[in-house]
Design a protein around this ligand. Sequence first.
Ligand code: UDP
Ligand code: MG
Length: 338
Amino acid sequence: MSPLVQKDVFLPATNRPFITTLSEPQISIVAPLYNESQSFPHLVARLNAVMDASPLAIEAVLIDDGSRDDTAALMQQLALADGRYQCVFLSRNYGHQIALSAGMASARATEALFIIDGDLQDPPELLTQFYQKFQEGYDVVYAVRKKRKESWFKRTAYASFYRFMRSISYVDLPLDSGDFSLISRRVADVLKQMPEESRFIRGMRSWVGFRQTGIEYERDARVAGEPKYSFKMLRRLAYNGIFNFSEYPIKLVTRLGMLTLGVALLYFIQTIIKKYFYGDVPQGFTALLFVIILFSGVQLIALGLIGEYVLRIFFQTKGRPLYVIKEVIRQQQRQPFL
Ligand code: UDP
Ligand code: MG
C-alpha cells in the first residue's frame, strides 16, 4: 500500500521547513455554511478582525453547502473583493461533515487548519491560543466545551452521547469536543486521504494520532439564525460515530445471542426435570407468547444493527466521490499576504 502521508511527516510539527510564500498562507480558517446569510456579516467582520490583527498569513476557506438563501451570492462578492477568502461552492447540500471535508481539501495552509462553525459558536479569536499549542508541538489542538449556551435538552444529549461514545469506541475520543480544532498540515493530509463516506471527523481526527491536546472554551450561542442541524442530521452523525468507531453494537448482538441461548438451555433443563420428577409440565401460554414477542423484538434489533454495517459497506463500495464542487472562487494574484 502506498504511504498515506508525505515524506515530511516525521518532522515534528514545529520543525517544518518554512515554506510560506506569497500565495501560500500559513493558516487556513475553514468554515462550512448552510443558509447562514444572517450570521454571514458577523462572521466576515470577526474573521477580518482576526486576520488583520494576526502576524500570520491567514486565508479563510468558506464552503457553501448548497445554501438556499443568499449565502452563496454573499460569498461570491466577498471572494472577488478580498483575496484572503477562498470560497468553495458545493453542487447541493451534503451536510456539515462533508462540507467540512471539502473545505479541508481546498485549504492551502502550509502549517495548520483552524476549523470553526460558520455561526460563530466557535470564537475565531481563539486562533492565537490554539496556534500557540501547535507551536509547542501538538498536531491536533481540539476545543473542549466547558459550558454551552444551548438548551438543557441539547446539552444533556451531547454530554451523554460523548460519554457513551467514549466507553464503546476503539479510538481515544476526548470528551465534549466537536470539530472545532486546529490541525496540522500533515493531519489534514491524512484526513484527506481517508475515503470513508460516512464521516465522523472528530473520530477520524483522533484516529490519526500524533500529539493531541485540548483547550477548554465556552461555546457561544449562535450569532444569528436557526441551527441548521436537524434532529435527523444529529442522529445520523451520532450513528456515524457509533457504527464507524466501535465494534460494540455487533459484539453486543453476539453476546445477547449467547445469553439468550444460555437462558433457553437452563429453561429446557428445568422443564425436563419438572416433567420426570414432578410430572408437572407448566401450561404457560402467556409466558410463551411473551418470550416469542420479546425475542422477535431482539431479533429485529439485531438485524437492524447488522443492517447499519451493511448499509455502510453498501455506500462505501459504490466508491462515489464525497462531494461535487460547483465552483471555487479565489484570487490567483495574492497581494494581501505581503
Ligand atoms: N452546516 C452545513 N451543512 C448542513 C448543516 C449545517 O454546512 O447541512 C453548517 C452550518 O451552517 C454551521 C455549522 O455547519 O456553520 C454547524 O451547524 P449548526 O449550527 O446548525 O449545528 P449546531 O451548532 O446546532 O450543532
Ligand atoms: Mg451551531
